[in-house]
Design a binder for this molecule. Structure first.
Ligand code: SF4
Length: 376
């Protein structure tokens, strides 16, 4: 089983914190889409004819595509890949794009899940992030999608924003339950180098992000999610039982995926590839030169193991020591267990049968713990 991710590298305006690849000029949109459809054909052997379980239109802002453009992409996928086992077709959307007319037009596509970039139900947070929508539009977009029959919805929320009090954060979380959403993702606001937010903070033009506030609001997230009946099935993802995101869960389980479009990543168990992150060069390579432009890294056994440790520990299913023994060797399990002793003593990690799992206290230090368990 495999997944296909398509990166739509265009946005109406730039959010201050964003470090994804996108352009706010739509001039090359048609060319990039044509190139992506050709890339789908050029890459048709990458997944070695494995059935495609999920299609994910991410970005950027895929809700800038019309339903006709989505259908054209789907037709090319259908022509070159095995899609008889398809389980999920997700469209990332921004609330301001989800007008009743657009949602209605999406009923003519096979999209069956929206991931909506809400980020906050407070206008002051949205202004701080320079989002293109306001809180009322987000609320309206969700209800309109549900009324049109799209119930498999997830939204993104951001915490740790300067000015977001703990009560404000609880209010944002309460909207999940009120709107009866089966799934949501919650991310701490991070300040990446090269972003407008980074530069604004450096120039003292805006309030910096406080890591203690983020850590405390992560704890609130865990408490409130439990009270509302959502499973914290991955560090940043929460869902009602059995409503887990299939596409993302497959990433964490190490299943192969093909990434199409500028900057998109692909993984086939043995190596990783990433396409050139430049719309004009990506388009030229495919449309003029009829070739792909990517870099590739072959993964060593140790890299594969460390990736497994990192991703599995972040999920509620945990890191399977029996799997490590079978695929990499029992000596690695012994080393890991030794390295885990400190965290087992602190109750940041527990061992349940042959699984290592993070506790709620451990989830606050997930990256550090995984790093300490890595095999050299
Ligand atoms: S809409 Fe998404 S991809 Fe575009 S700038 Fe904002 S966060 Fe980045």
């Amino acid at each position: 089983m495999a997944g296909i991710y398509l990166h739509i590298p265009f946005c109406k305006q730039a959010c201050t914190y964003c470090n994804f690849h996108f352009s706010t000029s739509l001039k090359l949109k048609d060319e990039v889409l044509n190139a992506m459809m050709q890339e789908l054909e050029l890459q048709k052997n990458y997944l070695e004819n494995q059935p495609v379980e999920t299609i994910y239109l991410g970005g950027g802002t895929p809700s800038l595509l019309s339903s006709d453009e989505i259908n054209r992409i789907y037709d090319v996928i259908q022509k070159h890949y095995r899609i008889d086992a398809i389980k999920e077709f997700t469209l990332e959307t921004n609330p301001d794009d989800l007008t009743p007319a657009y949602i209605k037009s999406l009923r003519n596509t096979l999209v069956d899940r929206f991931s909506i970039g809400v980020q906050s139900f407070r206008d002051s947070d949205l202004k701080y992030m320079n989002r293109a929508h306001n809180a009322q539009e987000a609320d309206y977009a969700i209800k309109t999608a549900q009324d049109a029959g799209f119930t498999n919805l997830t939204i993104d929320l951001i915490y740790g924003t300067p000015g977001l009090s703990d009560n404000d954060w609880k209010h944002n979380l309460s909207k999940i339950k009120e709107l009866q959403l089966p799934h949501f993702s919650a991310y701490a606001l991070t300040v990446e180098e090269g972003t407008v937010l980074h530069s604004n903070i450096a120039k003292k033009r805006t309030t910096p992000v406080d890591p203690e506030q983020s850590a405390h609001q992560f704890e609130i997230l865990m408490e409130q999610a439990e009270l509302m009946g959502y499973e914290h099935y991955e560090i940043s993802n929460l869902a009602i039982k059995n409503h887990y995101a299939v596409h993302n869960t497959n990433y964490w389980r190490g299943k192969p995926y093909l990434g199409i479009g500028p900057s998109a990543h692909s993984f086939n168990s043995k190596s990783r590839r990433w396409n050139i992150a430049n719309n004009a060069l990506y388009t030229k390579a495919i449309l003029a030169d009829h070739k792909l432009s990517y870099e590739e890294e072959t993964l060593t056994d140790t890299q594969r193991l460390n990736e497994y440790i990192m991703t599995s520990l972040r999920t509620m299913w945990g890191c399977d020591l029996n799997k490590i023994a079978a695929e990499w060797g029992t000596e690695y399990v012994d080393t890991m267990k030794k390295q885990a002793e400190e965290f087992l003593d602190k109750r940041w990690v527990i061992q349940n049968e042959h699984y290592l799992l993070l506790t709620n206290s451990g989830k606050l230090f997930a990256d550090r713990i995984a790093g300490e368990l890595f095999i050299d």
